[in-house]
Write a protein that binds this ligand. Structure first.
Ligand code: ATP
Length: 464
C-alpha cells in the first residue's frame, strides 16, 4: 500500500509541478473536493472530451448534442427522484463531529457492503466495533442528500430553492420533446452532453477521483423497450473501445462489474460499471445503466407534457426506454495519467515520463533550436515550429536550458516527439540540409528526418 500511496503522491506532485492540476483556491488553503486545471490539464481534458464527442456524436448519425443549463426548475429533480433518493449513508465521529461515508468505513475495514441497507450497516458497525479514523465512536448512519442547494431570486422571502445538477442526464430528458419537434428523429436515437455536475460528497478523496464539482459526459439513448439489451451490449463494447483505442488505457486494468439490484441507482433496471486499477485500488471509472422509461414517464407526469414518441410506420405511440452510458471526465483523466506514469533508468538517473498515447497527449511535439544564442538556428527552428503549429496546434516551443533538460521536461509532460534544429539542418553537412533530429519519448531513440515529413509523421501518430 505504501508503494501505491507513493505513486499517487508522485502523480499529484507532477500534476502541480508541470501545470496539469492545482488545488482549488489554494492560496486560501483550498476547498475540499475542488481542483483547478492548469494549461496542460485543460489540454489533456479537452483531448479526452473531443475523442469522446467524436466517437459518440460526430461519427454517428443518431446522436444529438446538447448543452443544457446547470440550474433547472426544481420540479425536475423531484420528478427524477433525486430530491427523495439521491442519498449517501453518513456517520459522524461523536467527538470530532467529522463526517464519513458509512459504506466506505466498512469497506476500509474489509467488509463487503454490496447491497447493504442502512439498518444492516448500523448493525455491522456495532457488531464489528468500527470506529472513526480518529479512533472515536460513530453515530448511527443516516441518509444524506448529496445535491447542492442554492436559491434564485433577490427579494427576501421570495427565493426559490434550486439545485446544482447532480448529473447531466436531467438536462437531456427535459429537452427530449425539443429534439423530437426540431429534428424528427426515428428510434433509436440519442442525446449527448458534456458538462459540470455537483455532488456534496461527504468525504471527497483520492485527488480528482471523488470531488464535489465534477465533469460528466453522458448519453441518453432512446430505444424500443424490446431492443434494450442489444443496444446496452453495443454501448458496453463502444465504451471499451473508447477506453482502449481512443484513450490507450491498458486493457488488463479494466474490469466489467455487474451491479447487483440493491446497489443500482433508483432509476436503473440493469447496470454494468466499468472499474479501473487506480493506484489506490480497483474503483469505478464509468457506468452503463438501463433506465427503462422511468425518466420520460416521471417527467411527463410531473410536467403534464406528453413525452411519448409516435412511430410513423407502425402508427404506434410509445414511451421509449433509455440506455445511459455515463463517463466522469476527471476519473478518465486520472486513469490516463496513472496508466501513463513511468520511470526508467537513463545513465544512472531516474527518468520520469508519461507514456500518453499521441491521441491524448496534451503536447504532440516540441520544437527546439539546438542553441538559444545562435540567431540562425533560432530563426530556422521558429520557421519549423510555425509551419507545424499551423497544421497541428498542440506543438510547443522550448529553448530553455540544455537539450537534456528539455527532453526531461517534455518526458514529464508526456510529449511523444522532440524535434531539434541543429547546424546540419542549416546545411553544415550538405546531405542533411533541411533535416532535423527526431527523438522518441519512450525509447529515447533518435533519428534524422526531413522537415517536409514531420507533419505527416505526427498526424499519423495522432490518428493511429
Ligand atoms: P461512486 O459510486 O464512485 O460514487 P456513482 O455510482 O455514484 O459513483 P454515477 O452516479 O454512476 O456514479 O456517475 C457517473 C460517473 O460520474 C461515474 O462513473 C464517475 O465517473 C463520475 N462521478 C460520479 N461521482 C463522482 C465524483 N464525486 N467525483 C468524480 N467523478 C464522479
Amino acid at each position: 500500500m505504501a508503494k501505491e500511496n507513493d505513486l499517487m503522491e508522485k502523480i499529484v506532485s507532477l500534476c502541480k509541478r508541470r501545470g496539469f492540476i492545482y488545488q482549488g483556491s489554494e492560496i486560501y488553503g483550498g476547498l475540499a473536493g475542488t481542483w483547478d486545471y492548469g494549461p496542460l490539464g485543460v489540454a489533456l481534458k479537452k483531448n479526452i472530451e473531443n475523442l469522446w464527442w467524436k466517437r459518440f456524436v460526430l461519427d454517428r448519425e443518431d446522436v444529438y448534442g446538447v448543452d443544457a443549463a446547470i440550474l433547472m426548475n426544481p420540479l425536475a429533480w423531484e420528478a427524477s427522484g433525486h430530491v427523495g433518493g439521491f442519498n449517501d449513508p453518513l456517520v459522524s465521529d461523536v467527538k470530532t463531529k467529522k463526517r464519513y461515508r458509512a459504506d466506505h468505513l466498512l469497506e476500509d475495514a474489509g467488509e463487503n457492503v454490496v447491497g447493504m441497507d442502512l439498518a444492516a450497516m448500523t448493525a455491522l458497525i456495532k457488531e464489528k466495533g468500527i470506529k472513526s479514523p480518529d479512533g472515536n465512536e460513530l453515530s448511527a448512519p443516516q441518509q444524506f442528500n448529496m445535491m447542492f442547494k442554492t436559491s434564485v431570486g433577490s427579494v427576501d422571502g421570495s427565493d426559490t430553492i434550486v439545485y446544482l445538477r447532480p448529473e447531466t442526464a436531467g438536462g437531456m430528458f427535459v429537452n427530449f420533446k425539443n429534439i423530437l419537434d426540431t429534428f424528427h428523429p426515428k428510434l433509436p436515437f440519442g442525446m449527448a452532453q458534456i458538462g459540470k455536475a455537483f455532488r456534496n460528497e461527504i468525504a471527497p478523496r483520492d485527488f480528482i477521483f471523488r470531488v464535489r464539482e465534477l465533469e460528466q459526459m453522458e448519453i441518453e439513448y432512446f430505444v424500443r423497450p424490446e431492443d434494450w439489451e442489444k443496444y446496452f451490449n453495443g454501448f458496453f463494447d463502444e465504451q471499451m473501445a473508447f477506453l482502449t483505442d481512443d484513450l490507450g488505457l491498458t486493457k488488463e486494468k479494466i474490469h466489467k462489474i455487474d451491479v447487483p439490484a440493491a446497489d443500482r441507482a433508483h432509476y436503473s433496471k440493469h447496470s454494468v460499471d466499468t472499474e479501473f486499477d487506480f493506484p489506490f485500488g480497483q474503483k469505478e471509472l464509468l457506468g452503463l445503466a438501463y433506465r427503462t422509461d422511468f425518466d420520460l414517464k416521471a417527467h411527463a407526469e410531473a410536467s403534464k407534457v406528453d413525452l411519448s414518441y409516435f412511430d410513423e410506420e407502425s402508427k404506434e405511440r410509445l414511451v421509449p426506454h433509455v440506455i445511459e452510458p455515463t463517463f466522469g471526465v476527471g476519473r478518465l483523466l486520472l486513469a490516463v495519467m496513472s496508466d501513463a506514469y513511468a520511470e526508467d533508468d537513463q545513465g544512472g538517473e531516474v527518468r520520469t515520463f508519461l507514456k500518453f498515447s499521441p491521441k491524448v497527449a496534451p503536447v504532440k511535439a516540441a520544437v527546439f533550436p539546438l542553441l538559444k544564442n545562435k540567431p540562425e538556428l533560432v530563426a530556422k527552428a521558429r520557421e519549423v515550429y510555425t509551419a507545424l503549429k499551423k497544421e497541428i496546434p498542440q506543438i510547443m516551443w522550448d529553448d530553455n536550458g540544455n537539450i537534456g533538460k528539455r527532453y526531461r521536461r517534455q518526458d514529464e509532460i508526456g510529449t511523444p516527439w522532440c524535434i531539434t534544429i541543429d547546424f546540419d539542418t542549416l546545411g553544415e553537412n550538405a546531405d542533411l540540409l533541411d533535416t532535423v533530429t527526431l527523438r522518441h519519448r519512450d525509447t529515447g531513440a533518435q533519428e534524422r528526418i526531413a522537415i517536409a515529413d514531420l507533419a505527416a509523421l505526427i498526424q499519423k501518430g495522432i490518428r493511429a
